[in-house]
Design a protein around this ligand. Sequence first.
Ligand code: AFP
Length: 378
Amino acid sequence: MCARAHPLTFTIVPRVGPFASRSRRRRHAGRRPHASPRASRYVPRMSSQFEEGTTLDRYLLETMHAHPEARGQLVTLLKQIALAGKLVSARVNRAGLAGMFGATGSMNIQGEYVQKMDLYANETFKRAIEHAGVVCMMVSEEEDAPVAIPERFSFGDYVFCMDPLDGSSNIDTNASIGTIFTIFRRVSEGGPGTLADVLRPGTDIVAAGYIVYGAGTVLVLSTGVEHGVQGFTLDPAVGEFFLSHHDIRLGDSTRSYSCNEAYAAQWDPRLRAWLDALKDPKAGWSARYIGSLVGDVHRNLVKGGLFLYPPTAKAPNGKLRILYEAFPLAFLVEAAGGAATDGRRRILELVPEGIHARTPLFIGNREDVEAITRILSA
Ligand code: AFP
């Protein structure tokens, strides 16, 4: 990670980011992008004292102010996500005391045992968001079908897709777990959202992020490559997220990989050979794997690292879900200068065939992802 620009920087031109109105985005469609978006950043002057105390709300408001035409729906949605994240964080921290460890005894659509905390997180995010008039539909790993907005609430411009509690089978062990989310601007016209609003390429995403509940609670967010990737740590004493990871950037390459190597016998032999070569002590690689995607990718984003979940005999399309696991993490990692593929294609160019469609995932530092993709697509 390196701090290259002020965290509150935002692009002045063009005003066609995720906060812009749909008509403005249409008018700008097809125009040449600004030659160097980062070069045009406005850098507000402020003392380091204030810089240290930048809350998530302030970051969002100042970013939105750069887009006077924005209606504020995306900011409201992001604030409600942060609120739900605080509630889940509090419950995760006292899960053992609150009787929230363990499984409910039922299975979800993915054939996985549902943990008590999965249900709590799912309900908490739905309740925090559905009433705000900013989404027209939601998708959750815990729900077979898209989640409709109750009739008493109004519909908004966005669609929210989430894995409410990724890695939840780790909760009893105090390992990092987290909420991962993708946000699209709707393409359907008014009323409830439709499948067309979510079965679309990841290049349409307007914002994505995760909240990792670990030694601390950290919300990592990107509203597009021109805004970079920012991390906010929850200060539980005051209940606020403060900017703690300015403009997270991944180096070109790494010496750390994360995967469940117990499945190696089921992998493509070319992948096995590549991994074996890394074990030469002269290559200087290490392995780090939690078994919680959000925990593994967070560590790799902060320290550098390559995460792999290749296809296996049991999961020929991989295990991880496109809409609310691979897409948002690919969006963040690309915005930080990294890359993500399914072994052949760029993740963000996939179009999911269903809301719970899966994909193999190779994600992390750009040169390493490119190397493995070259080998697997040869
Ligand atoms: P749970 O949410 O059931 O714990 O699954 C977590 C997960 O989907 C993802 O977070 C991990 O990267 C992956 O499973 C680990 O899978 P393996 O146990 O097959 O390594």
